[in-house]
Design a protein. Structure first.
Length: 80
């Protein structure tokens, strides 16, 4: 489930908008009452995990992850 979530959040295209899966994911999160600040915590936890397990981790890697995931996370926050 985590891998699927990462794939869909990372592939979110802010120009073309969400695909059907992202829309369903946003609805599901809204139905589960996921609070908007938890998405930021999720991202920070993910980045800390990357730091712990990626031997090539550096600030550029951290920012690349953040840059790729932020548009999808912002969609989830706004749609929740």
């Amino acid at each position: 489930m985590l891998l699927m979530s990462l794939v869909h959040v990372a592939s979110f295209d802010p120009i073309h908008g969400p695909d059907a899966i992202m829309k369903r994911l946003a609805i599901r999160h809204r139905d589960l009452h996921v609070l908007s600040h938890l998405y930021r915590l999720w991202l920070e936890s993910l980045l800390d995990t990357v730091k712990a397990y990626d031997p090539e981790y550096d600030q550029d890697v951290r920012e690349a992850w953040r840059r790729i995931l932020t548009p999808g996370i912002e969609f989830m926050v706004l749609d929740s």
